[in-house]
Write a protein that binds this ligand. Sequence first.
Ligand code: DOR
Length: 431
Amino acid sequence: MKLHLKGRVAKLLIKNGNAVFPDGVKKCDILLQNGKIANIADCIDDDCYTIDASGKHIFPGLIDMHVHLREPGFEGKEDIESGSKAAVAGGFTQVCCMPNTNPVCDNAVVVTYIKHRADEVNLCKINPIGSITRGEKGEELSDIGKMANAGAVALSDDGKSVMDSKIMCLAMQYANDFGIKCLAHCEDAKLVDGGLVNEGKNSALTGLKGSVRAVEDIMIAREICLSESLSIPVHICHVSTYSGVQLIREAKARGVQVTAETCPHYFSLTDDIITSFDTNTKVNPPIREEIDRQAVIEGLKDGTLDCIVTDHAPHSVKDKQVEYALAAFGISGIETSFALSYTNLVKTGILTLPELADRMSAAPARILNLEGGEIASGAAADLTIADLEEKYVIDSSQFLSKGKNTPFNGSEVYGKIAYTIVDGEVKYKNV
Ligand code: DOR
């Protein structure tokens, strides 16, 4: 039975689970007290509320540093409450939400509003991301300092690139002055020229307008150049091309402070799927070819791509039930990310469980300087308990997100979220 729980318990004991630590998986008991991990030991006895985690795996609470919660302004697609319910059902204890709302999150008032709504809903931790430019128009900088002081954890014009290099350069400098980073959506606005899908055999077959890899790669290269010349960190959003992975790998090798993310659809699918004309396959950047999928997997394995995010982009039925060219870009991904990552990366022998925990929890915490990301005494009691043996079929009609738009409906996966625990409180239970 799926439950969202909000009751506060001072103490919680998790017994007999297999905890995923950076150096391996270890069976242990974990005591949570007053929102922190109080003790980790082979055997802890306490007559407080106890979860029997026998046969299950305990991960540091999953963190998704790239989601769209749509509130304020697009509550028909998602709102902070439905997005939070979906997040904890997906095993996420913490998310960072992109600013392409209405109004755009380009000032301290919207940042404060989002944090206030997150407190009211009180399920997962929600960190607002402020926009780089006012209204995401790419013309003048947003109130960077005020947003950072109000709690914005990063800046992004996600959905578009900041095409003016001078503005991006200034944004990276101001962001850095306030201890936050720019997260770069990489898409050359002119070169994309209305492209809908990856340019290649399948765009030719379907007649859908293609978008070449260079649309993404040119902007990845520009962000790397800025980061390198300024000696300021930058983070590359949703990498989808083999050539983009290579640009980042080479930049990292010469010491550029670049980090990067990718999403489950880029390591699970190829653009063969667009021949169905299913608009749930329409996403930006587009799903590409096998050479790209393999490079994304290799990038996640060798750490070129630091983390897995969902780019959770919920849309309403009317935004998707139209012809391909008119459909909105985006995949509702927060409830399928863990199972797709476990099934396609761990079960296939590509990543170990500690590597999965790193890519889905520790790495985003490191990149954005967030609490969590570890199972350690004294750390925040944010934990995700999963049953890795449990096989199930993804059924989007059961999503708690308002967005049912997924190309993975009907896919068989392993890895069911059993409990999501935030600050020591069980926020989701499905056992
Ligand atoms: O497919 C996408 N949808 N990519 C983005 O960058 C934005 C997102 C959205 O907001 O729907």
